[in-house]
Design a protein around this ligand. Structure first.
Ligand SMILES: N[C@@H](CCC(=O)N[C@@H](CS)C(=O)NCC(=O)O)C(=O)O
Length: 239
């Protein structure tokens, strides 16, 4: 039997979103606690995560208010560790076959080397959006021909990938981010129409149809937080 589980999370964070997707997919019961990353509570680092990042899980221990996390609960951090933890707790989100499990882990490693860095490079640091296309092409080439990342079932590989694709889409289609003005929209149009991105489009559509996605992705909120990056781009000196 699983024990009491509290997820410390933040809507803005793609890393935390990974774990929310996994928890919703497995239907594990959990308490969701939103951490304001701009004003992190003083108790969070000493009681929950010394690195002061989300996501984190407190597992087990007595019933307590999340802000008074008990020393008796285990504190577990790092989004990819937490995806494996949720899979281990539930026996879901990872195939049974060792080869397929290895493929899931290979895929997750590829996510860490493609769309994650491309999001940071283009949207946060303002490097050319071509980096996003390159990353999506690489990850698209690894997707199963149909269904999800690895096979016909949603796995932790999908949970690792989707938060980044979701945020990239909002950034590009609204031209919001630190990249050069106008280039986001152009990149979005290419992703939406070019035949070479057909598999990516089908994948995104399949993921968006899932309850876990609908429940965990707040597009308006992400739009607002990306708008702030875009505003700082416009305010930045051009010389
Ligand atoms: N490697 C960590 C990265 C987590 C991370 O970078 N979280 C960010 C939010 S996206 C955070 O909590 N930053 C703390 C801060 O903004 O002060 C993971 O995969 O969980």
């Amino acid at each position: 039997m699983t024990q009491r589980l509290t997820l410390y999370t933040a809507k803005v964070s793609p890393y935390a979103h990974r774990v929310e997707l996994a928890l919703e997919e497995t239907k594990l019961e959990y308490t969701r606690f939103e951490i304001d990353l701009r004003n992190k509570p003083e108790w969070y680092a000493p009681l929950v995560n010394p690195a002061c990042q989300v996501p984190a899980i407190a597992y087990g221990g007595p019933v307590v208010d999340p802000s008074q996390s008990s020393p008796e609960s285990e504190k577990i951090t790092e989004s990819l560790v937490l995806l494996e933890f949720v899979a281990d707790l539930t026996g879901k989100l990872l195939p049974k076959d060792p080869v397929q499990r290895a493929k899931v882990r290979f895929f997750i490693d590829a996510v860490s080397n493609t769309v994650g860095p491309a999001f940071v490079a283009s949207v946060i640091r303002g490097e050319p959006v071509a980096k996003i296309h390159e990353a999506i092409e690489k990850i698209q080439a690894l997707l199963s021909a149909e269904g999800y990342a690895v096979g016909s079932d949603f796995t932790i590989a999908d949970a690792a990938l989707v938060p980044f694709l979701a945020r990239l889409e909002v950034a590009l289609k609204n031209d919001l981010g630190a990249f050069e003005e106008g280039t986001g929209l152009k990149a979005f149009e290419a992703l939406s129409s070019e035949p070479k991105f057909a598999r990516y489009r089908k994948y995104i559509a399949d993921v968006k149809a899932r309850d876990s996605y609908k429940k965990t992705f707040d597009e308006e909120f992400i739009h607002a937080s990306l708008s702030k990056l875009s505003t700082s781009r416009k305010l930045a000196p051009t010389s």
